[in-house]
Design a protein around this ligand. Sequence first.
Ligand SMILES: [Zn+2]
Length: 136
Amino acid sequence: MKVKRNSEIRCPECGGKVSFTMWSFLDSDLNIEETFALTSGSFFRHVCPKCGIRINVYHSVYFNDPRSRSFIRYIQTDQSDKEKDALVRRLADTVSEDGIPGYSFKVVFDPKEFIESVRNVRFKPAPSSFNQYRVS
Ligand SMILES: [Zn+2]
């Protein structure tokens, strides 16, 4: 899996080119700057260099936090709630088969919930609020 790639969008306001790095996998030990951007809420936000407006670009990301032994996956999708439920069940099965003992896994579909979940594992001591798919 590619960890990051260069991406660009057109500014919806002025049509200018907004270039940015799209990260698909973050490890809080290795990606300190990006993890900080995530917890401070600016990770998905990009600024148009031409007119200065802020543009949110939401995209799927895996986030690994070795310290709290937490893995959070944000999936950006237009699927229905029913399809999302089915996807979560499939992923939970995969985790119970191939997961790492002692690690917590979580899947979220909402970027705000993703940021909140990352804050929880980064700033709260125990991963107890967070044991959706704890592997034993
Ligand atoms: Zn612009």
